[in-house]
Design a protein around this ligand. Structure first.
Ligand code: SF4
Length: 477
């Protein structure tokens, strides 16, 4: 039985409210357990003989449907899998798809190091956070164990990102592992031909392992064989065919595996999934990636494949193109899918300064604390060098239009914001500019706050034009 409410989890806790877990009550702890914000280990009583049986049951009932696998170490380690649902709106996805970009062992040393640095340092600011990439996949192209090991060593010297060691030859993988086994890399990939040697490697070095087969029965058999031998940090690659019928069948395999794990409760195949969109280069480039023609079409197609499998249901993927037109949509889609739909992405309400505003002259704009709205307005003001104040009203994480409709943005909440952010102390002219989408609040807001209200544009991108016609207001002259 899967636990779905805090009350159900609470029944298995000691119930002493001893606070040793840092929470005031066992019920509060139970609620955080379900959110995965607390771990069972944080309740020490559960490991005493008196409660151990209940603790064991609780652990089983809280375990995610899809096994969670960790790759890498330290604060760069990634968790993949660990999901409980098929569709995001049913609860939330917990671990976002990890994006691993490739390097290969026939690259010249300087070229290799440069690409690793580029992948490691890639950043894109988006809705209040810097997006980055998650891992580096080191591919064997030379076919030589020594060359592969040297490449792995150089990559490890340049990055602290988790690594995926890619070769079907266990001798090569082992030489690579000798360089980085203490970094908990993911090894790739065991097949029906080489699985014994891979199983041995995974056991000896205690690292997560990818199993590869486009035949789902074979994949299931491999997974059961590995888990029976005690290797449960497993990732499944059911093959990514980049075009045509093969692509259609690939898509179907991903859905069937995830459905079997979550809906049918088939634990034998409930592991994180790997997709390899860089197979797009097998069609349009040469298979090494090293000298592939970096055609726009191919990198676009790779991005389309990536986006398809970010949606359904890749937990980790190996990609080649690091051009912005591939990387940005891939990483942005991951950021959008893997937010918690129960909580709008929001920023702290408050009074912000954009540029260097002056108390008696600079405009005071109003917006809500939905992160996308806030960062759009803030960026439109900053990029147009409009020195101003920005009052961010608590709209419970909603955008302006929804907050007006839902009553979270109204004359009273604007009055509360003016008072709690002590706006009058900073802004001396008592004129506020509300968003055009909140125009109908202008009269009431003037009555309730005693401030003069100007109605700004509906779209913050039009603020510069609005400023030309409306600011400074006539009352200033
Ligand atoms: S440590 Fe355990 S028993 Fe104590 S309050 Fe937390 S959950 Fe309850």
């Amino acid at each position: 039985m899967k636990i779905s409410s805090p009350m159900e989890a609470w029944k298995y806790l000691p119930g002493t409210n001893c606070k040793e877990c840092g929470e005031k009550t066992c019920l509060a702890f139970a609620s955080l357990l379900l959110e995965r914000k607390k771990k069972l280990e944080e309740c020490p009583l559960l490991f005493e003989p008196k409660y151990a049986e209940k603790g064991k049951k609780l652990a089983e009932m809280l375990a995610p449907e899809v096994r969670e696998v960790e790759v890498g170490i330290g604060d760069k380690a990634i968790k993949i899998g660990g999901e409980d649902i098929m569709h995001r709106h049913e609860l939330t996805f917990f671990n976002r798809t990890a994006l691993a970009y490739d390097v290969w062992d026939t690259m010249k040393e300087e070229e290799l190091r440069e690409r690793v640095r580029e992948i490691t340092n890639w950043r894109k600011f988006y809705v209040g956070e810097f997006l980055g990439v998650d891992a580096i996949a080191v591919r064997s192209v030379s076919g030589e164990a020594k060359t592969f090991a040297q490449c792995v060593k150089r990559v490890a010297e340049e990055t602290d990102l988790p690594l995926v060691l890619c070769s079907f030859d266990t001798k090569q993988v082992e030489q690579g592992l000798k360089e980085v086994s203490d970094r908990n890399p993911l090894i790739y990939a065991a097949t029906e031909d080489n699985w014994k040697a891979f199983l041995e490697l995974a056991m000896r070095y205690e690292v997560p392992v990818t199993l590869f087969s486009a035949d789902l029965d074979m994949l299931n058999t491999l997974a059961v064989t590995f888990s029976s031998a005690g290797v449960t940090n497993i990732v499944l690659d059911p093959g990514t065919y980049p075009t045509g019928k093969g692509l259609e069948e690939t898509f179907s395999r991903f859905i069937r595996i995830r459905r079997a794990g979550i809906v049918d409760g088939n634990k034998g195949i409930a592991y994180p999934l790997m997709s390899v969109p860089m197979t797009a280069w097998l069609v349009n480039g040469n298979e090494t990636g090293a000298k592939a023609e970096n055609t726009l079409e191919t990198s676009y197609w790779e991005a389309i494949l990536a986006d398809l499998f970010i949606l359904k249901y890749a937990d980790i993927m190996i990609l080649h193109s690091i051009e912005p037109h591939s990387l940005i949509p891939e990483r942005t889609l991951v950021a959008n899918i893997y937010t918690d739909p129960r909580r709008p992405v929001s920023v702290e309400p408050g009074l912000r300064e954009v540029g260097t505003p002056t108390a008696g002259e600079s405009p005071l704009f109003v917006t809500t604390n939905f992160a996308l709205t806030y960062y759009t307005v803030e960026s439109d003001l900053a990029s147009n060098k409009i020195d101003s104040y920005l009052m961010v009203v608590d709209g419970e994480g909603m955008g302006v239009e929804s907050a007006v409709a839902g009553g979270q943005l109204n004359a009273e909440t604007m009055k509360d914001a003016l008072e709690s952010f002590d706006v009058e102390r900073k802004v001396k002219h008592k004129i506020m500019v509300i968003p055009g989408l909140a125009a109908r609040l202008s009269g009431e807001t003037e009555d309730v706050t005693g401030w003069t209200v100007l109605v700004g544009p509906r779209d913050s991108g039009r603020i510069p034009g609005w400023m030309e016609n409306n600011w400074p207001p006539e009352t200033f002259s």
